[in-house]
Design a protein around this ligand. Sequence first.
Ligand code: UD1
Length: 370
Amino acid sequence: MKILNVVGARPNFMKIASLMKEYKHHSNIEPLLVHTGQHYDENMSKSFFDELGLPKPDINLEVGSASHAVQSARIMERFEPVVLYFKPDYVLVVGDVNSTISCGLVTVKLGMRLVHVEAGLRSFDRTMPEEINRVLTDSISDILFCTERSGVDNLTKEGIASEKICLVGNVMIDTLLSNLEKAKKSSIIIQLQKKGCVNGDDFALLTMHRPSNVDDAKTFSRILDALEVIQKDIPILFPIHPRTRRNLAELGLQTRMDSLRDIHLMDPLGYLDFLRLNSCAKIVLTDSGGIQEETTILKVPCITLRENTERPITAEIGSNQVVGTDPEKILTAYRNATSGKLKEPQVPPLWDGKAAKRIINILLKNCRNQ
Ligand code: UD1
């Protein structure tokens, strides 16, 4: 069975890593890896390949950054000959980035079979580029693997046949669980202590890169209003996405950020350093999707700086409070989390480190039945 696996942007790498590891146990599977090059910086891409033990991609499409239309068009144009050359049994895409839908579309137009891992998640907010990517990818996929029950329910409501949908757990959590011990060896906290950024592991961790939060000066500064208060209580570590760093300068917010002495900006971190901070933080503030899931497993209180989540289980049984960008709401959530008022978070069903195994068993069975 030949499977062509696609990665493009940072959150894809940890999802594909558990599958690539699991394929090694199956001599009857030939896995190929295509990197679209949507993310390309050393610290947004290569460091993840090194730390996660991902093989060098068989092909790198090297599309780089551009508008959504140009980036998607470049991916499609360069991916088509790859699919035609390798003629895989399946093309497997993960998540919800531009690479996911662009490669998916090429695949089905060539009459090949498309597998979507992390299917069915819905924020019901069509202004998010990822939501469009999710809805479209799911509507053309042949096999849809879900991380949580809401995914199955959403796909069913959208009329996707039940035999195409499988609830298998979370491949990103497979990777987290298998790297926790390694992450404990990271020296990132010691380095930050030496620089005087933190004292022990008494710190908050912040990530922010959604266009809705960081492309708009008013929203960005409202979030800063809340962060200004929180950093007086606890130092905030902020590994900053290139989009966010650029926007701080372009939106005229750099001086204000510089004045907040206990928000410590740093370059994007590698997987293990980030996991170390994520697991030791007193609280995490984020607009990422994946981090809501990681904090749930790590049982670290998470405040999501978005009006909605496509991962509702993290708020229903996990440690996540979805509060949006109103400073008062962020501060109330902060006080709830730090006063220990929140209920003990639970681990979502099937987030047990075995999702990749389940996926591969289903694909093998499905391929035999073709
Ligand atoms: C993309 C995904 C988003 C995901 C995020 C994780 C889409 C629509 N969005 O958003 O779902 O949560 O990745 O990071 O696919 N840049 C660099 N170096 C890089 C990559 C990007 O400097 O290696 C800069 C460029 O200026 C680029 C900007 O970041 O224009 C945004 O990159 P892009 O891939 O377009 O979107 P993300 O915001 O990273």
